[in-house]
Design a protein around this ligand. Structure first.
Ligand code: ADE
Ligand code: ZN
Length: 326
């Protein structure tokens, strides 16, 4: 579907974007060749045709398998530069980018390759493209809390390059409470905190409650199911917490974009934002997510402007740059 020029031109912040989820099949082939890896598909079209997800877990299997082409710092640099060029073309002015270091260190890729390559891309993109981006390090919640804690320790020398920490991957049986000590330590170290509370997961309402009340997160990723519990909506509003919603991702993972729920939260005064999550896999970047919201909700420009404003408001920008957008 075509994106309205108004949507494309709207200045936006993107706050829920996994850099590994921006690996387009064409770049995957280029990196496979660089690293001497043979892929199971012959063409980018074949790779795209193979994408068929019906749950978070079925997506994650493909997502992690594709990462084998990411090895050297240069690979992470190219990955991030490709995303930032695309973001610039959609008038994304600021991005807070998730990365999953454990998905790389657990296969023998040094932490320094990951963070070093990503950081260099962010510095170059700010100069060459005028896009400001920062990094959020996510822990894999289906790994142990001890593994997360040792990853947190490994990140400390790079603290100036990492704005906050998040929690992603398979949520089943992995509640926020499992990582209470890790997140408490992360806060002590000066990191801001966010966590995924994915759509329609088991115990999602309890996970949203734990993230807010027990962990004290500064934002909630997804969290759309809060709509079903008035006390969670009230708590989000009292705390001024943003939700990073991802309509096209929701559709792939659950069979619904949840646009009507997102619109209801917006009407209720919750600071919802629109984001792309894993755009190379779900087939839409942030502008396509705004367009999908507009098409399905029937809302006009006023709502889109509010969503874009929310994205800067609940971002972790500070000072004059923040004032500039509000
Ligand atoms: N990792 C990458 N994308 C994710 C998502 N949408 N939910 C949980 N973990 C993820
Ligand atoms: Zn996500």
């Amino acid at each position: 579907a075509a994106v309205d020029p108004f949507v494309l031109g709207l200045p936006k912040a993107e706050l829920h974007l996994h850099i590994e989820g921006t690996l387009e099949p064409e770049l995957k082939f280029a990196l496979a060749q660089r690293n001497g890896i043979t892929l199971e598909h012959a063409t980018a079209e074949e790779v795209r045709a193979s994408y068929a997800f019906d749950s978070l877990a079925s997506f994650l299997t493909v997502y992690y398998d594709s990462m084998k082409v990411l090895q050297g710092a240069e690979d992470f640099y190219d990955l991030a530069m490709a995303y930032l060029r695309k973001a610039a073309s959609q008038n994304v002015r600021y991005a807070e980018i998730f990365f999953d270091p454990q998905a790389h260190t657990s296969r023998g890729v040094p932490f320094a390759n990951v963070v070093g390559g990503l950081r260099r891309a962010l510095v170059d993109a700010r100069r060459e493209l005028g896009v400001h981006a920062e990094l959020i390090m996510c822990f894999l919640r289906d790994f142990t809390a001890e593994h997360a804690m040792s990853t947190l320790m490994e990140s400390l020398p790079y603290k100036d390059w990492i704005l906050g920490v998040g929690l992603d991957s398979d949520e089943r049986g992995n509640p926020p409470a499992k990582f209470a000590a890790v997140f408490a330590r992360a806060r002590q170290e000066g990191y801001l905190l966010t966590m995924h509370c994915d759509i329609d997961q088991d115990n999602t309402h309890e996970h949203i409650r734990q993230a807010m009340e027990d962990i004290g997160v500064d934002r909630v990723d997804h969290g759309t199911n809060a709509l079903e519990r008035p006390e969670l909506v009230a708590s989000l509003k009292d705390r001024g917490l943003g939700l990073t919603c991802c309509p096209i991702s929701n559709d792939w993972v659950t069979g619904s974009t949840k646009v009507s729920d997102i619109a209801a939260l917006l009407d209720d005064g919750v600071k919802v934002t629109l984001n792309s999550d894993d755009p190379a896999y779900f087939g839409g970047y942030v502008a396509e997510n705004y367009q999908r919201f507009a098409d399905e909700s029937g809302r006009g420009r006023e709502a889109l402007v509010q969503l874009a404003r929310n994205s800067f408001e609940v971002s972790w920008l500070t000072g004059r740059e923040r004032e500039h957008y509000l």
